[in-house]
Design a protein around this ligand. Structure first.
Ligand code: HEM
Ligand code: HEM
Length: 211
């Protein structure tokens, strides 16, 4: 099938409605989420430092809150921003068909081919409205990591009221590790993601201005 070979499921080549690569709701929720994530990560690191799970602590210069209580206040304040904004993004992503159009299907063979092309500098970015297979995988992956971190966060926030949720993760202690590992995955994503945004500055402009 020639359509498969170009990774171009029929509808995505048509110019997006209104000519914008990313509709306004995507751009707003994306940047609100970026802010909320930075607040959650840096306050989370300060919380971690009060009782480290591993042999290291995070340098104080890059944590938020100053001490445990301050960090918890930041964490529980920014949590609302993160969750409300995330719900809007996911609801609209599902309702408008954006997720279905842009993030699936993900075929392993295409991920390998596109990853190889990316590492050898041969990956085309000429149509910003179509994500390559590696982008799809990373974006879907980070959305799922976001869901896991919120659920595990709720489980360790209210371990009594949300007993079933905590049990789902294997209990309070396990949920804490899940929460930490999801943070590590999200931070790993952000590092690659921000580098790519500056390697392909047109994509950054499209996420800011829409074009
Ligand atoms: C609804 C969302 C969230 C809730 C309810 C929540 C709740 C919590 C709670 C209660 C703790 C304290 C755990 C303890 O006592 O050790 C915590 C720790 C932490 N959170 Fe969150 N969190 C949420 C989202 C996030 C997000 C989005 C991130 C980062 C991407 C994050 C990163 C961390 C980190 C790194 C820690 C310290 C880990 C530890 O040592 O246990 N959290 N969170
Ligand atoms: C300063 C930090 C950030 C920058 C500069 C940035 C930049 C961008 C850019 C340029 C795009 C469009 C990329 C493309 O055409 O492939 C994008 C999309 C996206 N970013 Fe970010 N981003 C940042 C933070 C984040 C964070 C913290 C997350 C989540 C944890 C995130 C998740 C996503 C997702 C899921 C998409 C796809 C959205 C969609 O098409 O619906 N970004 N970002």
């Amino acid at each position: 099938m020639t359509i498969e070979a170009t990774h171009d499921p029929v509808m995505t080549t048509a110019p997006p409605a209104g000519g914008a690569v990313h509709p306004l709701w995507v751009r707003i929720t994306h940047w609100v989420n970026a802010l909320a994530m930075v607040l959650m990560i840096t306050s989370g690191w300060e919380i971690y430092n009060a009782s480290p799970l591993f042999e290291f602590v995070f340098p104080r210069e890059i944590t938020l809150g100053g001490w445990l209580a301050g960090a918890l206040l930041w964490h529980f304040a920014a949590m609302w921003l993160l969750v409300v904004n995330g719900l809007v993004y996911v609801a609209l992503g599902l309702a408008t068909g954006r997720f279905r159009r842009k993030l699936v299907p993900i075929r392993p063979a295409e991920v390998l081919a596109d990853a190889k092309a990316a590492f050898t500098g041969r990956l085309a970015h000429d149509d910003l409205s179509v994500y390559n297979a590696v982008q799809k995988l990373l974006y879907l992956g980070v959305i799922l990591a976001g869901i896991v971190i919120v659920l595990s966060g709720l489980a360790i926030w209210k371990p009594i009221q949300m007993q079933e949720l905590a049990a789902l993760f294997g209990g309070y202690d396990a949920a804490r590790y899940v929460h930490f590992l999801a943070m590590a995955a999200i931070v790993g994503f952000i590092v690659i993601h921000v580098i790519m945004a500056f390697v392909v500055p047109r994509s950054l402009r499209a996420m800011i201005t829409g074009r």
